[in-house]
Design a protein around this ligand. Structure first.
Ligand SMILES: O=C(O)CCC(=O)C(=O)O
Ligand SMILES: [Fe+2]
Length: 336
């Protein structure tokens, strides 16, 4: 038997190229946030008001194992991508560049929606690892949201009460595989420009490929809200985070809850630049979203501006929001 070649090989990728239009995000230590470092919390708040994207240093934190668990989840994902097309078609429609696993199916004592547990064999076998990943990721997201909640002046536990892991929600795990960049023509786009329909997104990148828009883009067009002009700025590559770090970005629910104070940056995914683009690109996401029944509206707190949105009265449950607007993607009409 020929040994199977692994496509996902963290630590063995070519380095991210220099001399391109790229950005190293700011870094925040999760361990220091867990320990209530107020100065760092304030700095984090400033970053989340202007960009909404940063590296989270997982080392020495209570969630440090997420680095390795994330790799284990991508290895499960790689097995799914390798399945014969007919097998994959049963679950996802086949030629998918990514697949999602619903949190509500994974947390075994939760009430799963119908069909949520009809998984391909590698996911069935890996359920305990994915469950641990979902719980840890959710709890890590809560540490960051709680820190932002304190800075907004929200009563303690406000964000936690909107994101109880055992309540039905559309939280999900996403494993993506982008094919190698085989042509000189381009640009090939894996994921077009979008803001995430989340409160907070945890993102594992081992190579480049992620680009963010240089200017803030609180993309809540559907709420008739224009905070940031959409035609200024450009796409820049995000340097992949150093080992032991993940990427965090805020999503549209964080913008809405904070009355437009927090920022959910526009981003997209292309094949990685340079040598890294010759290999398939794997990435991993955990999307933390409000509970289905949570109402999406500006929260009341001393630090949350009133009257910034044209239409503060727009308030629907997050489930209705997702039903009306789809999972994410292109809610604003911007160039990919
Ligand atoms: O693959 C990535 O690096 C980002 C993926 C992403 O933005 C998404 O799935 O919403
Ligand atoms: Fe995204």
């Amino acid at each position: 038997m020929v040994a199977a070649t692994k496509e996902f090989t963290p630590g063995e990728y070519a380095s991210f190229p220099t001399g391109i239009d790229s950005l190293r995000l700011e870094t925040f230590s999760l361990a220091r946030l867990e320990n209530g470092d107020e100065a760092l919390e304030e700095k984090l708040f400033e970053t989340c008001k202007t960009r909404g994207f940063f590296y989270l240093d997982m080392r020495d934190s209570q969630h440090s194992s997420l680095v390795e668990i994330g790799e284990a989840v991508v290895r499960i994902g790689e097995e799914v991508f390798k399945l014969p097309l007919e097998e994959k078609q049963k679950y996802t429609g086949g030629l998918m560049p990514f697949f999602n696993i619903a949190k509500d199916g994974i947390i075994v004592d939760n009430v799963a929606p119908p069909g949520a547990r009809s998984w391909p064999a590698p996911v069935q076998a890996g359920q305990p690892v994915i469950e641990r990943f979902a719980k840890e990721s959710h709890s890590c997201g809560m540490v960051v949201l709680a820190a932002l909640g304190r800075r907004l002046g929200l009563p303690s536990g406000t964000f936690e009460a909107l994101h109880r892991i055992r309540e039905p929600s559309t939280d999900s795990v996403r494993v993506s595989r982008g094919p190698p960049n085989q042509t000189a023509e381009g640009p090939m786009i894996f994921t077009p420009g979008h803001t995430d329909a989340t409160s907070i997104t945890l993102l594992w990148n081992w190579v480049g490929g992620l680009q963010i828009w240089t200017e803030p883009d609180r993309g809540l067009n559907d709420f008739k809200t224009v905070i940031d002009p959409i035609d200024q700025g450009r796409w820049v590559w995000v340097e992949p985070p150093p080992p032991g770090h993940i990427i965090i970005n805020l999503g549209d629910a964080a913008v809405q809850y904070s009355g437009g104070l927090l920022c959910s940056a526009r981003h997209r995914v292309l094949p990685p630049p340079g040598e890294q683009g010759r290999r398939p690109r794997y990435s991993l996401v955990y999307f933390v979203r409000p509970e289905d029944a949570a109402v999406l509206k500006r929260l009341e707190a001393p630090g949350i501006p009133a009257g910034r949105f044209e239409d503060d009265a727009v308030a629907m449950t997050f489930k209705d929001y997702v039903t009306q607007h789809g999972a994410s993607f292109l809610r604003r009409k911007v160039a990919a």
